[in-house]
Ligand binder design. Structure first.
Ligand code: FPP
Length: 248
């Protein structure tokens, strides 16, 4: 069922979670991805970087669709970091345009599939038309109960932790719990698995706090080539890990 263009919320059947089968023995609820390598993908093919980003959006679409059948409750994607403002103006404009087109073209599908959209990071620094679209999408999907698609926009983990610590301090004692409760990710399931594509082994200011006990999976595959089969492979790897959370 698709939501009408004028409706405030998507109208979908409540999702009891029973129809979202867990992939056997894997059990990851929250997966995050550093979608790296769009530029290298394009360079290898002598194409403009923006084509890499366009193909990156197609990969996003494939992975969001697949996540719904893999038992995930939340999928967090690093789309624009606080450091990405240092990129050339044309590239930033192209990324904003792609984000807008993605929301415009996929919002009805999110509604039909009970996907809830959430943003982490200060997206209000984006151009007003992008902010308006994001807020429309947040409002329309806010009552959905299926997979939460979290897009990190103008996001930096150190900035998020500093903001959360200040809010926690204003309310009372600063503890790990009080900081966690003020993070942009408050309310989401704990992060289980962090994936980074394109060969770099670093976190690049992404979910530093949330990754405390997350498993990590790195692949040389450039983001535009990332498929649901790669996500399955990462989840299979996760399923074999013994997680002790600091215990013996
Ligand atoms: C990293 O590749 C990718 C980004 C900084 C942007 C990610 C954006 C998208 C996948 C498209 C927009 C997303 C949505 C959700 C609509 P890079 O450019 O750093 O690649 P490189 O390291 O190979 O140069």
């Amino acid at each position: 069922m698709t939501a009408g263009a004028t409706s405030t919320h998507c109208i979908v059947e409540p999702d009891t979670g029973q129809d979202r089968e867990r992939v056997d023995g894997r059990g990851a609820r929250h997966v995050a991805i550093i979608m790296d390598g769009n530029g290298r993908w394009a360079r290898k093919r002598l194409l403009p970087r923006v084509v890499g980003h366009q193909r990156g959006v197609e990969a996003v679409r494939r992975i969001v669709r697949a996540a719904q059948g893999m038992g995930l409750d939340a999928l967090t994607l690093y789309a624009f970091s606080t450091e990405n403002w240092r990129r050339p103006e044309e590239e930033i404009a192209a990324l904003m345009g792609l984000l807008k087109r993605f929301i415009l073209s996929d919002l009805d599908e999110f509604c039909a599939n009970n996907v809830r959209l959430q943003i982490i990071g200060d997206y209000r620094a984006f151009p007003p038309d992008v902010v308006a679209l994001i807020e429309q999408a947040l409002a329309r999907t806010s009552a959905n109960t299926g997979v939460t698609l979290v897009i990190a926009l103008n996001y930096g983990s150190q900035d998020e932790i500093a903001r959360a610590a200040a809010k926690a301090a204003a309310k009372g004692p600063v503890t790990p719990e009080s900081i966690s409760a003020e993070l942009d990710t408050a309310g989401l399931p704990p992060l289980d698995l962090l994936i980074r594509t394109s060969g770099e082994i670093r976190l690049s200011n992404f979910l530093l706090w949330q990754a405390a006990y997350a498993e990590m999976w790195f692949t040389d595959v450039h983001w535009p080539d990332f498929t649901p089969a790669h996500l399955e492979e990462a989840l299979a790897h996760f399923g074999k890990r013994e997680r002790r959370f600091g215990g013996a």
